[in-house]
Design a protein around this ligand. Structure first.
Ligand SMILES: Nc1nc2c(c(=O)[nH]1)N[C@H]1C(S)=C(S)[C@@H](COP(=O)(O)OP(=O)(O)OC[C@H]3O[C@@H](n4cnc5c(=O)[nH]c(N)nc54)[C@H](O)[C@@H]3O)O[C@H]1N2
Ligand SMILES: Nc1nc2c(c(=O)[nH]1)N[C@H]1C(S)=C(S)[C@@H](COP(=O)(O)OP(=O)(O)OC[C@H]3O[C@@H](n4cnc5c(=O)[nH]c(N)nc54)[C@H](O)[C@@H]3O)O[C@H]1N2
Ligand code: SF4
Ligand SMILES: [Mo]
Length: 738
């Protein structure tokens, strides 16, 4: 007799976590549809769940743990059991810890694909490791969260409320490709009620086409532009006077600072006419409630990254858009908005057990101070004072990635000897791929562990590769980003295939292998979820039925009851936390590190400005590159946007392969004519590799051919001083026909 079941969970192909119903026939996933009863997604899905069944059963999926037999990257593997592998790994980790200290270990994360970060946090704390987390998060929002927390205490950047907004600003983002659910809301809002839309982007996209105002700026000049908006908003008195008076400190200092950025001067820096700057600032400030979602381009500007985010936070605050529907909602850790409390991820990470001396060992502790444990400890005090629980830690902090590669190779400031990589492909995301490769190949690195779905170029260079469950094979219970009072739950649709394990079980196995057994009493995600929910009188199964716990978590102006979790209890326009961390307490603009103005001599050889990134469907970073599931068929080749006039001058026709070269290296992509990109700018897609090409050395599945990170810049002096973020945008390159 055949069986047919429908299982309730959330899609985890991206961070939107849409509620879905997974149809399972005879133990196999056959179809996925949106769940209309879901509190946030109401039945919406993008096209990715459509490719899920083919993806899940694709032959490239890993099923068993593997141990390297030959040299790194040679492709000689032996299947090994989890137990045997852990019996080798545990003693090795302890030996390295003994020799080099617990800080010798680093972790790679990606976009939080199991949506549970705390098992890594707990493991690191108990190991005595200063949370040496190296991840693209630092060029993707963690700096943004950090600056939000420093200025407002709350993380408001993710909880942007477009459906109720009168004006939405897309600054360095293109939701038409990157966030389909938000895009759907936007299209609907524009049809129904003429929501104002502003886009800030050097390149024409569907988002800029829909915008009422499109500011086409020179790449990397965003901080100057944002300061000019503030100049207009403050000098024309368009801000929310009540809010500024009652809920902020430092307004006078800010007012003085923005005088350095009159629109006329900023027009020269950015190339955007002064009238347009003024018009946009007025539109944002006078069409409230307005919202300004995060845009990842900003976080990838190196030097100027967090400073732009800083100016954006200030704008949201002084216009009175925090804690408002249609603006930016404030959610609180652990469900505290409505009295109920589940055990938060921060609590599960047991940070209180990590002594200050250990924390100070974090790679970059005194460098990227806003996001290292140095800044975190300062901010967490305020969070605990106001909310009674520690600040989120597992996605809120980050070590210095560009220091990491150098520390492996040079041993300075201390050597990283072992890496654990989970749900992440640094050979595709890391800035300056050549350096990433040298570090991952280096004999100085004594133990390299990857947990993956497929044999990525990164996994090909590891010592052990463990198979991971896809989201369809695991239970889900997470309060994503921890700050949210919401908690998502879902049940596995099918049992894990082969010997795949989820992140909890992966880190539990590692933990047991180094003697942390007593702190990991729960064997499965379901067991630990029951523990987390006990105090709410709920079980994991109850939550699967509800899908989201505490949907009433969004409170209007919750700060009126509690104040803001900052030292002063107010939004600190002049940030005392930044001041204490020895940063400028207010944002300012600097010329991008590799620009034609800063480096005119380099620009003679590399005359074009290079942006790398810009999402495209249905790929997710380096994922779904395999043929046969319906994604490569839609998007077979890597594409470079180039202005037709520029391309013709270079003898490049639409669709020609072209080389793109920077001082770091060269790749090739196919030219795509776009007469809406600035003529002196090209845009390359980011993390390409070709799973159909030969795996292992030297090709590593084509990771050298078209991966834009071969071109990107991660010199420590060019990185963001607040966060350590490196430069994927606003670089210098030359382009020629291949
Ligand atoms: N030049 C340039 N570089 C960039 C960017 C850019 O715009 N330009 N964007 C940056 C940004 S914003 C980001 S977020 C990063 C993304 O960087 P990553 O998050 O590392 O993304 P991927 O490279 O796709 O690697 C994710 C890996 O996780 C695996 N995976 C998926 N689901 C699971 C799971 O459930 N469990 C486990 N164990 N593994 C899983 C996938 O197979 C894939 O290999 O790239 C960054 N790099
Ligand atoms: N299809 C798809 N969707 C995704 C992902 C994916 O890999 N694929 N990844 C997810 C992740 S992890 C992230 S972080 C988000 C990111 O998604 P978004 O925030 O939308 O960012 P991008 O698509 O990388 O880039 C948006 C725009 O920034 C512009 N840009 C480049 N340089 C500059 C600059 O100097 N200033 C300004 N103002 N704009 C600039 C580019 O032209 C581009 O159009 O998308 C998520 N959604
Ligand atoms: S937007 Fe698409 S990929 Fe992301 S969670 Fe929703 S259905 Fe999944
Ligand atoms: Mo990202």
């Amino acid at each position: 007799m055949g069986s047919y079941e429908i299982k309730k969970t959330a899609c985890q192909f991206c961070a939107a976590l849409c509620g879905v119903l997974v149809h399972v026939e005879d133990g196999k996933v056959v179809k996925i549809e949106g769940n209309k009863d879901h509190f946030l997604s109401h039945g919406f899905t993008c096209e990715r769940p459509g490719i899920a069944p083919k993806w899940l059963y694709h032959p490239d999926q890993l099923m068993y743990p593997l141990k390297r037999m030959g040299k790194r990257g040679e492709g000689k593997w032996q299947q090994i059991s989890w137990d045997d592998a852990m019996a080798e790994i545990g003693p090795k980790l302890l030996e390295l810890k003994d020799k080099y200290g617990p800080e010798m270990l680093g972790f790679f994360e990606g976009t939080y694909r199991g949506n549970d970060y705390w098992p890594r946090g707990r493991f690191a704390t108990l190991f005595g490791n200063p949370h040496n987390i190296f991840a693209p998060g630092i060029i993707c929002g963690i700096n943004d969260m950090g600056i939000n927390m420093a200025v407002t205490g709350d993380v408001t950047t993710w909880s942007t409320d477009v459906p109720n907004s009168n004006c939405a600003v897309f600054w360095g983002s293109n939701p038409a490709q990157s966030e389909m659910r938000l895009w759907t809301h936007l299209v609907k809002a524009k049809k129904e009620r003429d929501i104002k839309i502003i886009a800030v982007d050097p390149r024409r996209t569907k988002t800029t086409e829909m915008a009422d105002i499109w500011l086409q700026l020179r790449p990397g000049t965003d901080t100057a532009l944002a300061m000019a908006w503030l100049n207009v908003i403050i000098n024309e008195e368009l801000y929310n006077k009540d809010f500024v008076q009652n809920w902020t400190v430092g307004f006078d200092e800010l007012k003085e600072r923005v005088q350095e950025y009159p629109p006329e001067k900023v027009a020269e820096i950015t190339g955007v006419p002064a009238e347009k700057i003024i018009e946009a600032a007025r539109m944002y400030a006078t069409n409230g409630p307005a919202t300004m979602p995060y845009g990842v381009a900003i976080d990838q500007l190196g030097l100027n990254g967090t400073r732009t985010e800083h100016a954006k936070v200030i704008m949201r605050a002084i216009c009175g858009y925090l804690g408002e529907f249609g603006g930016h909602l404030i959610t609180r850790p652990g469900g505290t908005n409505n009295g109920g409390n589940f055990v938060t991820e921060a609590e599960l990470s047991m940070m209180e057990r990590l002594p200050m001396e250990a924390r100070e060992k974090m790679m970059g502790f005194d460098v990227c101070r806003l996001v290292s444990l140095k800044g975190w400890s300062m901010m967490s005090e305020n969070i605990e004072r106001v909310y009674g629980v520690p600040a989120p830690v597992t996605v809120q902090i980050q070590a210095h990635t560009s220091m990491l590669w150098r520390s492996i190779l040079s041993g300075e400031p201390y050597p990283i000897k072992s890496l654990i990589c989970w749900g992440s492909n640094p050979m595709a995301w890391g800035g300056n791929t050549k350096l990433v490769y040298e570090a991952l190949k280096s004999d100085n690195l004594e133990l390299s562990i990857v947990q993956e779905l497929v044999m990525t170029p990164t996994a090909q260079l590891a010592d052990y590769v463990f198979p991971a469950t896809s989201w369809m094979e695991r239970d889900l219970c997470t309060n994503m980003m921890d700050f949210a009072s919401l908690l998502w739950a879902g049940e596995k649709a099918i049992e894990p295939m082969g010997e795949r394990r989820d992140i909890y079980e992966f880190f539990r196995a590692l933990a047991v292998s180094v003697g942390q057994d007593e702190y990991w009493p729960w064997k499965t995600t379901e067991e630990v979820s029951d523990y987390r929910l006990q105090s709410c009188g709920l079980t994991f199964r109850d939550c699967v039925d509800r899908m989201i716990v505490f949907p009433d978590a969004f409170d209007v102006k919750p700060y009126e009851k509690t104040g803001f979790p900052t030292p002063s209890g107010k939004v600190e326009l002049y940030s005392t936390i930044l001041e204490k961390l020895d940063y400028d307490p207010m944002p300012f603009y600097e010329e991008p590190p590799e620009s034609p103005i800063r480096l005119p001599d380099v620009a003679k050889e590399y005359p074009l400005i290079l942006n790398t990134g810009g999402n495209y469907r249905p790929m997710y970073h380096s994922e779904f590159m395999q043929w046969g599931i319906g994604s490569r068929e839609k998007h077979p080749d890597p594409l470079m946007d180039i202005h037709p006039d520029t391309a013709r001058d270079l003898g490049i026709s639409d669709g020609d392969w072209a080389f793109i070269e920077t001082r770091r290296g060269k790749i090739k992509q196919k030219a795509r004519y776009n007469d809406g990109i600035l003529p002196n700018v090209v845009n390359c897609q980011a993390s390409w590799w070709f799973p159909e090409k030969p795996a292992n050395e030297p090709e590593l599945s084509g990771v050298w051919e078209s991966n834009a990170n071969v071109l990107t810049l991660d010199d420590p002096e060019c990185c963001d001083e607040l966060s350590g973020g490196w430069c994927n945008r606003a670089l210098l390159c030359k382009v020629y026909k291949a």
